[in-house]
Design a protein around this ligand. Sequence first.
Ligand code: COA
Length: 206
Amino acid sequence: MQGVREQFAEDNKNIVDERNNIDEKNAISEKGIEYANNTICDNDRVSSKGKSPSMSQIEMTQLVLPNDTNVLGNLLGGRLMHWIDIAGAMAASRHSNKVVATVALDSLDFRHPVRMGEFVILKAKLTWVGRTSMEVTVSVFAENYETGSVIQTNKAYITYVALDHDGNPTPVPSLLPETEEEKKDYMEAEQRRNERLDRRKKETGC
Ligand SMILES: CC(C)(COP(=O)(O)OP(=O)(O)OC[C@H]1O[C@@H](n2cnc3c(N)ncnc32)[C@H](O)[C@@H]1OP(=O)(O)O)[C@@H](O)C(=O)NCCC(=O)NCCS
């Protein structure tokens, strides 16, 4: 009889422990929902005020494999342009929370060859935004992991336009440059945009 009572007490304790465990888990998931809601609210607040360039910057690293190279074992220019476009588009999408289309890519110089087996590091950061368009600068570095050397090989300026679900240009949050360098980049970007639009006007008449 004593054994049955002890077993009953033990079972009861297990049930209580299990219930406490469930309550604790529920409390944690409620906290998670509250946290997620706050984050969403924060995001709305940020979007209405604008965002700093550092909030959307991207760093992307690629390993140069044989399929990425020419017969000399150097990275193909077209492959690098593809990676530059992807890195820039991710930064623009992160800023605008929208799908983006590439509308202009300024001239791109290849300063150093990148060799097979090296790492390519692409750093993309917004420099300027208009109503629906954004300029992103993508800086490219080649890293040789054996020697530890890192050299800048390219720098590109790309303009993206944010699109709505129908594929039409849609407004983006404003950009709030914070550092002196970001403020300088912003002014220089505005000049580049004017030059681009002048060029477009000359070429297309609109
Ligand atoms: C993106 C697209 C829908 C925009 O249409 P659009 O008729 O040019 O729209 P708008 O004239 O209103 O221009 C939208 C914005 O882009 C800017 N823009 C357009 N062409 C530009 C250029 N060559 N350089 C810089 N900015 C440009 C405009 O100044 C405007 O900026 P703002 O809203 O910040 O003032 C259209 O150009 C398009 O579909 N292009 C092809 C995109 C594509 O396929 N890209 C991949 C090809 S590799």
